[in-house]
Design a protein around this ligand. Structure first.
Ligand code: COA
Length: 177
């Protein structure tokens, strides 16, 4: 178990989370390193939320809605593991996106670490990947802090530098703060 007590509450998403999904994923500031940019309509937010709900229904895990334990109704952001197709196969990908006002408190690191513990100790998944733009220092720092290591690169943005692929395997110890 983690040596520091958790500050965060993790729960499955629900339909009522749509405004928060749109607020966080539609904010240009939270998409500075996203080549696709922010989502621009509530319909796109609904489609994203529907994908999360479908993933939960089919696989029994997925992106979490995250708040502080002492303020459970205030959504800070979203994070979790979900299946994606890249590297020519189905990989389990770690992702996170927090509201700007929640940055800088270690929440992303804490949530990402919780997602790895869930992946390895509860779901017994063999490995988890992360995909990050090469200049996204804050996100790279989060991945490194939780014990993920550079695995390779992925040329996924035409005309731009390749993204960096990180990976951690279940057989290796999870880095815990
Ligand atoms: C990236 C993101 C998740 C980080 O969230 P956070 O809660 O601030 O992260 P943490 O506080 O847990 O850790 C951030 C680390 O990056 C460091 N960091 C922050 N900005 C940095 C920068 N510009 N350059 C280098 N390091 C930076 C912090 O100092 C901290 O490291 P430390 O604990 O060693 O000091 C958050 O900014 C976010 O949600 N961004 C928008 C969505 C996004 O980009 N998601 C990732 C897509 S790959």
């Amino acid at each position: 178990m983690s040596t520091t007590p958790s500050r965060l509450n993790y729960r499955q998403p629900r339909h009522a989370d749509l405004p928060a999904v749109f607020a966080v994923f539609g904010d240009p500031q939270t998409n500075l390193f996203n080549p696709a940019g922010p989502i621009s309509s509530v319909e796109q937010a609904q489609a994203l939320l529907d994908r999360w709900l479908d993933h939960w229904a089919s696989d029994g895990y997925g992106w979490w809605v995250i708040s502080r334990i002492d303020a459970p109704d205030r959504i800070l952001g979203f994070a979790g593991i979900a299946a994606h197709d890249y590297l020519g196969k189905r990989v389990i990908n770690l992702g996170y996106r927090f509201a700007v006002e929640a940055w800088g408190h270690g929440y992303a690191t804490e949530a990402a670490q919780a997602a790895l513990i869930h992946a390895f100790e509860n779901l017994c998944l063999p490995e988890v990947f992360g995909l990050v733009r090469p200049d996204h220092e804050a996100s790279i720092r989060v991945l490194e802090k939780i014990g993920m290591r550079r695995f390779g690169v992925l040329d996924d943005v035409p005309g731009q530098a390749p993204s960096v692929v990180f990976r951690v395997q279940r057989t290796l110890s999870i880095s815990r703060q």
